[in-house]
Design a binder for this molecule. Sequence first.
Ligand SMILES: Nc1nc2c(c(=O)[nH]1)N[C@H]1C(S)=C(S)[C@@H](COP(=O)(O)OP(=O)(O)OC[C@H]3O[C@@H](n4cnc5c(N)ncnc54)[C@H](O)[C@@H]3O)O[C@H]1N2
Ligand code: MOO
Length: 401
Amino acid sequence: MRTVEEHRAALVGLVSALPPVTVPLSESLGRVLAADVVAAVDLPGFDNSAMDGYAVRSADVVGAGPASPVVLDVDGDIAAGDTRRHVLRRGATMRIMTGAPMPDGADAVVPVEQSDGGTDRAALMLAAEVGKHLRRRGEDVRSGDVVLRAGMRMTPGRLALAAASNVAEVLVAARPRVSVVSTGDELVGLGSPLDHGRIVDSNRPMLMALVEAAGAELVGFGHVGDDGEALASLLELGRGDPDLVLTTGGVSMGAYDTVKEVLSRSGTVEFSKVAMRPGMPQGAGVVGPRRTPIVTLPGNPVSSFVSFHIFVVPVLRALAGLDPEVALVDGVAAQGWSSVPGKVELTRVVLGPDGVRPSGGQGSHMLGALADATHLAVVDAATTNIEPGDVVHLLPLVGQD
Ligand SMILES: Nc1nc2c(c(=O)[nH]1)N[C@H]1C(S)=C(S)[C@@H](COP(=O)(O)OP(=O)(O)OC[C@H]3O[C@@H](n4cnc5c(N)ncnc54)[C@H](O)[C@@H]3O)O[C@H]1N2
Ligand code: MOO
């Protein structure tokens, strides 16, 4: 029996990194940066006013206050977007709006609320000191600064920072192209009537969703029955020219476990038992004329879900040129639970305010626990009992991190 690490290393070894791609910033949300983003401009780009009010030389308003207003000539207006270069006369002021460039010579702003609002002459009632209500060029970001680092996922906030820095395009990790195929005669499509003995093909929508939530691109999907020829031809097709094919079902010891039967014959896919629960029966290799990497996941829904997290995510990350390892986070058990000896156990858990608890029934056919689960607790093969207060290692669920 293989260890989880051995099987993961074998899978990651099947793929090589795809080259990163340049995308317009507007299409970068959710993508992982493949290079640092460097600001092309200072932020702010010029000294500007933080308030609607009056640009002044602080020396001209010394002692100004409600009881002792300083009255100055108003030499004109400066609106946001004014591209002229203004110079403020000594003993004068200019009306200025939020975001408008400061005139040369001005070093402070008196907000309109602390004035009489005059347009020819204005009475100012604040002794604004140097820098008051002023936003300095480059105080936020300097041109040439690294504002985002390679490996970060683009979020709306990061996108805003890149946009303000006038970065129009970014280099991002490639999105691997993935096909998903479910197998089994018992499966019917979502929304169809269910005869006795039939079940809904839930693994296919689950894996399609996992693929997309993991940042990969779904390029094909289908279902085949337990018919060896159909399965063989579907896999040969490699529809959509995927970088990876995922199958689910048909990999254990049954008389109709077609994936294993058909692909074992090809000689390019290896089937193994992995010391984990759930997800023991696994297979992987290459198929078709392009030797497309394939990972054959077990059919039990939870086994398939867990195997995706433990094996497919690292493969997708390797394809994207990222470190295959996903960092685990620590949590503290709020209650105890037992774990199978000799195998890594992946327990669906909820990380709540009081700590970590198993989320519902843990059978590999039981999807109920996925409603609330936030993480998989990775319990090593030597541990048979988790006690309340124990530190447990958690893998965030895809789409939930
Ligand atoms: N004699 C043995 N039997 C089994 C073993 C074993 O070692 N010896 N291993 C068990 C383990 S562990 C697992 S996991 C499963 C893996 O089975 P398969 O990959 O061959 O999957 P199937 O037999 O096709 O299906 C298993 C189970 O999952 C349901 N299923 C399958 N596909 C879907 C789908 N797309 N959507 C929803 N549910 C699906 C299927 O109906 C079965 O109930 O084998 C054990 N048996
Ligand atoms: O390993 Mo199976 O995955 O227990 O259900």
